[in-house]
Design a protein around this ligand. Structure first.
Ligand code: FDA
Length: 322
């Protein structure tokens, strides 16, 4: 009973924290302060989680990670564009970045969001934008991961992925969130087609009818999904910083004799750097998600919502800067 109450308390704190930071993410004043102080110096607080505002800065960070034996995926931040011209601009920026990543000689792996390509404005135009990026990526031997956004976007994201997959694009994968009640069925759909999945818990504040509210339930779904993906998935990515989940997956891998080149762990830039190197030193494939770009505010707020302790780190940074 006490454990259940504690779990409920913990869950509601976590949900509250997510809700609070999603609320703050909509505040123009908070955005103004964060934008002014977050990235302006080399030790500014947002740099802990964002590799820089330019591709050049991201390439430097990526080079450092690769020198440590870590793999990476680059995310040019941006989401929720509201016009076709903004979607076209985001697509152009991706198309410009691809040859520059090739020239830099770093890993050819990128992550993007469909709302960045205009899925809210015009579905077909966004799909065309995606195809243009996939064509350039295929020519350059890149892998493209379509991040998963909040629950209203799950259908359109999976449908878009399936459409390009059926058109013959194989350099593209998706993300599923164990927090969503529907994700195990979605996983079956993607696995049946042979698609590549990154499994995460889910960063968004979601209502009870679509998402588990208790961490224990999110974790249990994560474990069930990891079990299926490790056995049947196409090079699944296990995306978590949760030491308990990582141990669970390592145990599954050992019990099921899964070869280490059949899957990889993925972690976010600046989060649990100790675990990133530890996993790599233990002989696992580890990919770091490296976000960069001027549109870092919503991404940054999601990271704070996951771990309120990060707020103290940010406050110290702001006070230090002032
Ligand atoms: P959980 O939140 O349960 O926390 C467990 C422990 O991990 C904490 O106690 C702490 O030690 C550590 N930790 C977690 N987050 C931290 C933080 N921000 N700062 C410091 N420590 C932290 N989500 C999504 O909805 N769509 C997506 O496409 C993606 N993509 C994605 C890619 C990759 C590579 C990763 C690792 C994650 C994502 N996510 C995501 C985010 C994901 O859904 C989830 O919000 C975070 O990974 C936090 O959940 P954890 O599983 O890490 O653990």
């Amino acid at each position: 009973m006490n454990a259940r109450l504690a779990a409920l308390g913990g869950a509601s704190m976590q949900a509250l924290s997510k809700r609070f930071f999603h609320f703050l993410a909509g505040s123009a004043a908070v955005k103004r302060i964060a934008s002014r102080y977050g990235m302006r110096r080399s030790d500014s607080f947002a740099r802990r989680f964002i590799a820089g505002e330019s591709l050049e800065e991201a390439i430097v960070a990526a080079g450092r990670l690769e020198a440590m034996g870590l793999r990476l995926t680059l995310d040019q931040l941006g989401e929720s564009v509201t016009s076709l011209s903004a979607a076209a601009a985001a697509t152009r920026t991706w198309l410009d970045s691809i040859p520059r990543i090739v020239a830099a000689g770093i890993t050819r792996n990128i992550s993007l969001k469909l709302t960045q390509l205009g899925i809210d404005v015009d579905r077909e135009a966004a799909r065309d934008n995606l195809r243009r990026i996939l064509d350039a990526a295929r020519a350059g031997d890149f892998f493209v991961r379509i991040d998963m956004e909040n629950s209203p976007y799950v259908d359109v994201t999976l449908d878009t992925w399936e459409q390009v997959w059926r058109e013959g694009y194989r350099n593209v994968g998706v993300v599923l969130q164990s927090a969503l009640r529907r994700s195990e069925a979605d996983m079956r759909r993607v696995v049946a087609l042979g698609g590549r999945i990154r499994l995460v818990k889910g960063a968004y504040n979601e209502p009870d009818d679509v998402a588990y509210q208790l961490k224990a339930d999110v974790d249990a779904a994560f474990e069930r999904m990891a079990r299926v993906l490790l056995a049947e998935g196409n090079f699944p990515a296990i995306g978590t910083h949760d030491p308990h989940m990582l141990e669970t997956v390592k145990t599954l891998v050992a019990q099921q004799h899964i070869a280490r080149d059949r899957f990889e762990f993925q972690l976010l830039y600046g989060v649990r750097r100790d675990l990133q190197t530890q996993l790599k030193n233990d002989g696992y494939g580890v990919r770091i998600y490296v976000p960069f770009g001027r549109e870092w505010f919503p991404y940054f707020m999601r990271r704070l919502g996951e771990r309120p302790a990060n707020v103290m780190f940010v406050m110290k940074g702001i006070l230090g800067e002032k």
